[in-house]
Design a protein around this ligand. Structure first.
Ligand SMILES: NC(=O)c1ccc[n+]([C@@H]2O[C@H](COP(=O)([O-])OP(=O)(O)OC[C@H]3O[C@@H](n4cnc5c(N)ncnc54)[C@H](O)[C@@H]3O)[C@@H](O)[C@H]2O)c1
Length: 275
């Protein structure tokens, strides 16, 4: 017989649970931190830079514990120390959002060895070992957990007006890492999923945009079928859903949040010109 139907709202509750967010000092990482806190979760932010001012008020605003631990995800020593301190402060670990990342928009033939390496060190290796450190703790605890990786529309397509081969390479890797970990860690009830955002208005996007001629920059609003730039508020619902028990049978899934661009574009002008 099928089990009785449960209320849905409590499935989204994160109260008493504990999370690490890398790159949580600003942008999508900070939005993830804030949304987890709003739903009652305690968060340790691991980032190379100090968090935005609002970080300080999250604990009183939402009645949770927050910690900032300065960490460089490109350094094994720093990342391991950051996780050790986070787990000590939090007391347990229920989930991970490894959001630290960088982007570069430059023709493939001009991208340098150093630029390529830097992107993979942060977007690839940093995420890989953040997941490993989180998984080790979750396996030790024995009650499972959830990770939400930041893939991208660039994991799926070469996007209009951009040349981001090294970034595409890193984010394609994240999509596959998510699937591999979801399968390998499932026996421990550790779920691993990803979101694939489109153009999200953040410092990262503004830096990429600043290097573009106006017609090319306009494609960020024009090419998604829903015809606007997205922002962190378009992502937080999916992030907390995947972290929560509402997604308890969801693993190895990717949620594209692109305004439809991952499926194609009809009116989006395809334009590229080096500035
Ligand atoms: N903005 C977008 O359009 C977009 C789209 C899809 C995916 N993403 C992904 O979302 C994630 C967050 O991006 P964002 O737009 O919020 O960028 P952002 O530049 O606003 O924030 C990135 C954060 O990562 C931190 N960081 C960078 N290098 C680090 C290091 N070595 N160690 C620790 N922390 C480090 C930065 O200090 C910053 O707080 C990234 O993985 C990015 O690739 C962004």
């Amino acid at each position: 017989m099928a089990p009785p139907l449960e209320h849905v709202r409590p499935m989204f509750e994160l109260r008493g649970r504990c999370y690490v967010v890398t790159g949580g000092a600003q942008g999508i990482g900070f939005a993830s931190t804030r949304s987890v806190c709003e739903l009652g979760g305690n968060v340790a932010v691991l980032d190379i830079q100090e968090p935005v001012a609002e970080f300080k008020s999250l604990s009183t605003d939402f009645g949770v514990k927050t910690f900032f631990i300065q960490t460089d995800v490109t350094s094994q020593e720093s990342l391991e120390a950051g996780f050790a301190q986070a787990i000590k402060q939090l007391g347990r670990l229920d989930g991970l959002v490894p959001a630290a990342g960088i982007a570069i928009d430059k023709p493939f033939i001009d991208q340098t060895w150093d630029e390529f390496s830097r992107i993979q060190e942060i977007n690839g290796r940093g995420v890989f070992f953040s997941c490993q450190l989180a998984a080790r703790q979750m396996i030790k605890q024995g009650f499972g957990g959830s990770m939400v990786l930041l893939a991208s529309q660039t994991s799926h397509i070469a996007i209009p007006g951009h040349r981001m081969a090294a970034y595409n390479y890193s984010k394609g890797g994240i999509l596959m890492l998510m699937k591999a970990l979801a399968v390998e860690l499932a026996p421990h009830n550790i779920r691993v999923n990803s979101i694939s955002p489109g153009y999200v208005d953040s410092d990262m996007l503004q830096r990429v945009r600043a290097a573009k001629v106006p017609a090319e920059a306009a494609q960020m609003e024009n090419s998604p079928p829903l015809k606007r730039l997205s922002n962190a508020n378009d992502l937080t619902g999916a992030i907390v859903y995947l972290l929560s028990d509402a997604a308890r049978f969801t693993t190895a899934a990717d949620i594209p949040i692109t305004g439809g661009l991952h499926a194609g574009t009809i009116e989006g002008l395809i334009y590229y010109e080096s500035k």
